[in-house]
Unconditional design. Structure first.
Length: 204
């Protein structure tokens, strides 16, 4: 659960979608509903990861937005500080964003690396890039599956056929998943299908 996100978000009041888009605009929509009904159960999800986004709705709409802005500014400052710490170079440190790290390998690994064209560093970079390319599609599918399941667990856990639908989802059976989720409450069903479609597309 987070208090800020760079992605669009989607908000639900119970089983009904009330808004989607940028966090500040969605927060205002949710605030309007809470001001009319302070018992409204609002859940806001990151539209990419489906992590729940926590917002403090106390006070006026202006105060809610001020707290959001302050949180986002703090997150941005922390990110810049981290980047600066990572890219700070001491005497003799390579340029062009290269960051020194310690790598522990067996002697036979170092021997093989040193025999490669360009030496150990070039060979390691090539190996990492190749592994990254091979795993990119698999990682994309895994992230999409995690996002869809995270949302479904939070919002559809009590829906009819939830267990069977999730099994079909992880089996990559889109027609079966859509059939089993057909009776779910409409807004939950539609968003779950949107998220699931990303995983099915990545799998293809």
């Amino acid at each position: 659960m987070s208090t800020t996100t760079p992605h669009p978000v989607i908000a639900f009041a119970g089983a009904h979608r009330i808004a989607s888009g940028q966090l500040a605009l969605v927060a205002l929509k949710a605030k309007e509903l809470i001001d009319r009904n302070d018992s409204a159960a609002i859940l806001i999800f990151d539209d990419v990861t489906s992590e729940q986004v926590e917002i403090d709705f106390r006070g006026s709409a202006e105060q809610v937005l001020q707290r959001l802005s302050a949180t986002e500014a703090g997150a941005a400052t922390a990110e810049i500080t981290t980047d600066n710490q990572q890219t700070a170079r001491g005497p003799g440190r390579p340029k062009l964003g290269v960051i020194g790290r310690e790598v522990t390998l067996l002697p036979r690994h170092w021997e093989w690396l040193n025999q490669q064209s360009g030496g150990a560093s070039v060979a390691l970079r090539k190996l990492v890039e190749e592994a990254k390319r091979r795993s990119e599609v698999r990682d994309q599918m895994r992230r999409a599956q995690e996002s869809a399941y995270r949302f479904m667990s939070a919002m559809a856990g009590n829906q009819v056929n939830f267990e069977e639908a999730t099994r079909a989802f992880f089996a990559g059976d889109q027609p079966r998943f859509e059939e089993l989720s057909e009776t779910w409450q409409i807004d939950i069903r539609d968003h779950a299908r949107t998220l699931a479609a990303r995983a099915f597309t990545a799998a293809e």
